[in-house]
Write a protein that binds this ligand. Structure first.
Ligand code: NAP
Length: 245
């Protein structure tokens, strides 16, 4: 059965490759890029896509607007929260990697499946919530990838009618990964697209962390319910948006 999927950050890298793969399989794909120029580039790269939404995910208002535009297009079967930054100032890492997926999850009409791009680097991350409240500049990329894993597991716990999972794509040769990255590029996007559309019973699960189609051990802070709740309330304080129950 054909599905409708939104992929954030699909102008380049794994987002573009996931979107292209899904469109090539005949699914209806909506792209997302930081601005209209990058949006046009995304559409050129994935001509089979249905539509492109623009909005800079380092900006709270623009991110809210991405959610409103997505809702105006109708309901999605799946959303892949892929956009991310690595070499960027800490404030930007926090907004794009942690806060934007939170806002989009809260505001986009609940799809059937949610997929969040984490990283094996989350294993070295710290939830670091107290410091974060005092000083966002202390956040690292690894912390942000732990946050998004916490978010995916919190969503799985709260929304029993949704499959919410996270993916470590491996260290792959995108602009972020660098050309010398050792892992397979195709394997770097297959798990996301599989979780988004497959009817395989192994893909219809929730609250799991995958690498190359298999479940992996994760930082136990991610599934700590007390920590998840504190994380969600911090996101609520920063954005003014409560997590919908
Ligand atoms: N590559 C790896 O080895 C690796 C490993 C582990 C996890 N990951 C994760 O996988 C995901 C995809 O990474 P990638 O390797 O494909 O990175 P990439 O090639 O740098 O692509 C990142 C995408 O996110 C978009 N983006 C960044 N900041 C944005 C913003 N403020 N607003 C809107 N869009 C924004 C980029 O848009 P522009 O092109 O316009 O900048 C681009 O389309 C990320 O979440 C990353 O953390 C990657």
């Amino acid at each position: 059965m054909m599905a409708r999927i939104l992929v954030t950050g699909s102008a380049d890298g794994l987002g573009q490759l996931s979107a292209k793969s899904l469109a090539d399989q005949g699914h209806q794909v909506v792209l997302h890029a930081r601005n209209s120029e990058r949006g046009r580039y995304a559409k050129q790269k994935v001509p089979g896509a249905e539509h492109v939404i623009s909005g800079d995910l380092s900006d709270i208002d623009e991110t809210k607007n991405v959610a409103y535009e997505a809702n105006a297009l109708g309901r999605f079967d799946a959303v892949i929260h892929n956009a991310g930054v690595y070499r960027a100032p800490p404030e930007q890492i926090f907004m794009v990697n942690t806060i934007a997926p939170y806002i989009l999850t809260c505001l986009i009409s609940k799809p059937k499946r949610l997929i969040y791009l984490s990283s094996s680097m989350h294993l070295h991350g710290r939830a670091n919530l107290e410091n974060l409240k005092k000083d966002i500049r202390r956040i690292s990329y690894s912390d942000s990838k732990l946050h998004v894993l916490m978010l995916s597991m919190a969503v799985a716990r709260k929304w029993s009618d949704v499959y919410s999972n996270a993916v470590d794509p491996g260290w792959v040769p995108t602009r972020m990964g660098g050309y010398g990255a050792p892992d397979d590029l195709q394997k770097g996007y297959e798990t996301q697209t599989w979780l988004a559309v497959s009817n395989d019973s192994r893909a219809k699960v929730s609250g799991r962390y995958f690498h190359h189609l298999t479940e992996r051990l994760y930082n136990p802070q991610a599934s700590d319910v007390m920590l998840q709740e504190r994380f969600l309330s911090l996101c609520r304080d920063i954005t003014g948006i409560p997590f919908p129950q």
